[in-house]
Design a protein around this ligand. Structure first.
Ligand SMILES: Cc1ncc(COP(=O)(O)O)c(C=O)c1O
Length: 419
């Protein structure tokens, strides 16, 4: 058995191992996450559109949340089979596509959903915007908890709704939700809560007891919840993701959940997300809103093939990727401790993102940006874009070969060491 590059760069498993399944193949042989793949000039936002230090060509991009790994071989093959066909007419999702999603949610998260509950969306954030437009009115208040993925703010503000920010706080080495403050912030114009679970950028995988408290508040105050669970498959083995809607039938009734194969299998550019809504009234209203803009409710042929293959066959690849990512986390922590101990990161429980704390350097955010972007020439996400709580922080994407992580950290150490 060997891995062979195809003309298009996809790795194919050939020989007896392919016939007998992945169990006889050593993980490192089958999925080589150490391989550096040149992504420049591929229309990649991360590699071709990094503007953090104007005009600089030699920035190492560790910002946008996609990974620099090739996706599972079965996904590559499904996309190539589709491409080989050469006719790319109008598409529609088959029963097999829905069954693959339902099967994945059941086996991976013990979440039993019906195929009827699923709607397609090009992106989880698209789904969040449709939900905001459909279920709230201009001027309504929507809760988020910063620091949080920047489009949460934009989705509320762009639609003329008001942000209620219930800031996370740190206790015992992890970020927590302030439930008392959250409840106190609710008034008669508060309609919705945007939950980020697991939470980008702080890497929390919310525990069942935490989600139960949140569910209790949502029920008592009749809040709708949009649960962005796009990172739910990227959880390290010691932790368990609990789908918010699986907490109880009552909470399912007021929850719209966004999941996707995009982060999990590194296929974000294919635009295949899934909105899960068990409440038929909410689902009908959501689907109607999508139909009103025509074309938003159907995936393209490549997205359908890739999503189905990923959810059917991507499990072993994901397990291997998670093991590699967790080693990248340990490597990052060791490097920070030994080379730049004044830069720290709380241990992420999931995601491929690390939330770096630069506060001990005592710099302004402008100085920090200048130092990291133009001095170290590493493209990170500016902490301030994640809202209050993001000051003195930057987000580092470790979803890349370890040698790249080493390069990025060495670049940071070389400038921070001099501060
Ligand atoms: C929490 C969260 N939600 C949504 C997205 C983007 O999802 P989509 O491309 O499906 O809109 C990201 C991407 O980084 C994310 O971190």
């Amino acid at each position: 058995m060997h891995l062979r590059g195809t003309g298009t760069g996809c790795l194919r498993v050939t020989g007896s191992a392919a016939a007998t399944g992945g169990d006889v193949v050593k993980t490192r042989e089958r999925y080589n996450f150490d391989t550096i793949i040149d992504r420049k000039r591929t229309n990649s936002v991360k590699w071709d559109f990094c503007t953090c230090c104007d005009g600089a060509e030699d920035i190492l991009p560790m910002w946008v949340a996609d990974m620099d790994f090739q996706c599972p071989p079965e996904v590559c093959e499904a996309v190539m089979r589709t491409a080989d066909h050469g006719v790319y007419g109008y598409s529609e999702m088959s029963d097999g596509y829905y069954e693959a999603i339902v099967g994945w949610l059941a086996s991976r998260h013990a979440w039993r959903v019906s195929p009827q509950w699923l709607s397609y969306s090009p992106g989880v954030i698209t789904g969040m915007n449709v939900a905001i437009q459909t279920f709230t009115a201009p001027g309504d208040k929507i809760i988020l908890q910063s620091p949080v993925y920047p489009p949460f703010f934009a989705s509320i503000l762009n639609n003329g709704r008001r942000v209620v920010n219930n800031r996370l706080y740190v206790e015992d080495g992890e970020y927590r939700m302030d439930f008392d403050a959250l409840e106190a912030s609710i008034d008669d114009r508060t309609r919705m809560l945007l939950l980020c679970s697991p939470h980008n950028p702080v890497g929390r995988v919310w525990r069942e007891d935490e989600l139960a408290r949140l569910a209790d508040i949502a029920l008592r105050h009749e809040l709708l919840v949009f649960a962005d669970e796009i990172h739910s498959d990227l959880v390290f083995p010691q932790f368990r993701h609990v789908p918010f809607a699986s907490m109880s039938p009552e909470i399912a009734d007021r929850t719209i959940t966004g999941v996707a194969p995009s982060k999990t299998f590194n296929i974000a550019g294919l635009k295949a997300s899934v909105i899960v809504t068990s409440n038929p009234r909410l689902r009908h209203a959501f689907d109607q809103a999508q139909e009103r803009v025509f074309g938003l409710y159907t995936a393209n042929v490549f997205a359908i093939a890739a999503a189905e293959a990923a959810y059917r066959h991507g499990g072993p690849w994901l397990d291997a990727a998670l093991a590699y990512l967790q080693q990248n986390v340990s490597f990052t922590q060791e490097q920070l401790r030994s080379t730049v101990p004044r830069v720290t990161a709380l241990e992420p429980q999931g995601t491929f993102l690390m939330w770096l704390d630069f506060s001990e350097l005592g710099m302004t955010q402008d100085e920090l940006r200048e130092t990291i972007f133009c001095g170290a020439r590493v493209g990170l996400n500016d902490g301030l874009s994640f809202g209050p709580g993001g000051e003195q922080h930057m987000r580092l994407n470790i979803g890349c070969p370890r040698s790249m992580v080493a390069d990025g950290l060495a670049r940071i150490a070389s400038v921070v060491g001099q501060v």
